[in-house]
Design a protein around this ligand. Structure first.
Ligand SMILES: Nc1ncnc2c1ncn2[C@@H]1O[C@H](COP(=O)(O)OP(=O)(O)OP(=O)(O)O)[C@@H](O)[C@H]1O
Ligand SMILES: [Mg+2]
Length: 399
């Protein structure tokens, strides 16, 4: 199945007024990497980040929890089990214990009604943690759009957990890693816009400034010269390094992301670095066996040719191809195949043909083409990924 490719950039993201503040929360030492975090303190008053329209929602799902599902009352573990995805890597008991390690039970959250990001499965809001000491911090909360989509949230949480455990075991600092920092799991009830009877699991993460799609689009307008890279050379190389590092870590974790695209890469202006997010589609090597192309919700514009030609499932090589497309779009300031998508006639059929024939660099507009011609080193790296299809190891040697 395909997600509809975005044709135009919509100005739907309003960055939070505040800088990112790392979590003041404390959790068990191995869980979701909270306790080792250095807390950056910013001079920030609550008024700066509070929207006038906020609602509280409870996260206390500890012992004695009862979730109401319709009229019946079920216990907490059964409630979670009913929403968990199946996995070849972990049995149900192991999955449940992983989920328990990720629970953020001590806190309540003050939720901002405005949506700062909308995907196909979930809405993302900002929120503030209540009862976490003196510090005020802004986080994001990702809430599934309906009960049918809770599986994706649990799946995403468990994928972040695999990566977080890997970083912990390797002695790597999660704050410096190229992944969005996901702190754990809370639950919403009774929140406006959602069905009030539903208890929905949601992810609490650090709040970043923008996604790469919007960043490239806005920076393109402010370039000094028409042949400059959309996000400028320094940021572009930082992006390339972060993405290649991220792919390397995912491979170590035996996870295929399956949905690399510009809107799934976030920008952290404090560290001028990029963070991979949206692990809803990520899948383990074990679970990839016996899956087919139809099992995935892929973004057509970011598909590798072989996925359409052979109907093959995503893998490390198609992830790398999508990363090449992300680097291309950060260079030219528009999404891959933008020229085709903005034309009216049969554009999706033509788009399919272009993807199958790997024509992404041949169908650029004149301005985009000129940017690549003027930036030889970046052009070379993009071609190495998209045309020569070099592997990760060979690419690392180019840095
Ligand atoms: N931590 C964050 N900080 C700031 N913005 C975020 C954060 N997480 C997500 N967003 C914004 O919300 C959007 C949607 O989030 P996300 O991609 O996780 O949802 P999704 O429903 O899984 O999306 P998709 O349609 O790609 O499957 C992102 O593209 C981004 O613009
Ligand atoms: Mg997304």
């Amino acid at each position: 199945m395909f997600k509809t490719p975005p044709v135009r950039t919509i100005d739907r993201f309003s960055p939070p007024a505040s800088p990112v503040i790392l979590s003041p929360l404390h959790m068990k030492d191995r869980s979701m990497s909270l306790s080792e975090h250095k807390i950056n303190e910013y001079d920030l008053s609550i008024d700066d980040i509070d929207s006038p329209e906020c609602e509280m929602f409870p996260s206390q799902f500890s012992a004695g929890f009862e979730a109401t599902s319709g009229s019946s009352v079920v216990d907490f573990d059964n409630f979670i089990l009913s929403g968990l995805p199946s996995s070849k890597r972990f049995n149900a008991e192991e999955l449940l214990s992983q989920i328990h390690e990720c629970l953020l039970v001590q806190y309540s959250y003050q939720l901002n009604r405005n949506v700062i990001g909308e995907g196909s499965f979930a809405n993302v809001h900002t929120c503030k943690v209540v009862g976490a000491g003196e510090l005020t911090a802004t986080f994001t909360v990702k809430i599934p759009k309906s009960k049918r989509m809770v599986k994706q949230i649990y799946k995403e949480l468990l994928n972040y957990k695999v990566i977080s455990d890997y970083l912990f075991d390797s002695g790597l600092n999660p704050i410096e890693s190229p992944f969005m920092n996901c702190y754990g799991l809370a639950f919403t009830t009774n929140f406006i816009n959602y069905n009030k009877r539903d208890v929905l699991p949601c992810l609490i993460s650090s709040c970043l400034d923008s996604d790469l799609r919007l960043l490239s689009y806005s920076m393109l307008k402010n370039r000094e010269s028409l042949t400059d890279l959309a996000i400028g050379s320094t940021l572009w190389w930082s992006l390339a390094k972060d993405l290649i590092d991220g792919l390397t870590i995912m491979k170590e974790c035996k996870l295929v992301h399956s949905d690399f695209k510009s809107s799934n890469i976030l920008y952290d202006s404090n560290t001028q670095s990029f963070k991979i997010c949206d692990l809803t589609s990520a899948i383990s090597e074990e679970d990839l066996i016996n899956t087919t192309f139809e099992n995935f919700e892929v973004s057509l514009q970011y598909c590798a040719p072989e996925m359409l030609l052979q109907q093959s499932s995503p893998n490390y090589s198609t992830d790398l191809y999508a990363v090449g497309l992300i680097l291309l779009s950060a260079a030219i300031g528009s999404e891959p195949y933008h020229e085709i998508l903005k034309s009216r006639n049969n554009s999706l059929i033509f788009l399919n043909e272009c993807i199958k024939k790997n024509k992404v660099l041949d169908v650029l507009g004149v301005e985009q083409h000129n940017i690549l011609q003027a930036n030889e080193k970046e052009h070379k790296l993009i071609r190495s990924i998209l045309v020569d299809r070099l592997g990760l190891e060979d690419l690392r040697a180019l840095f």
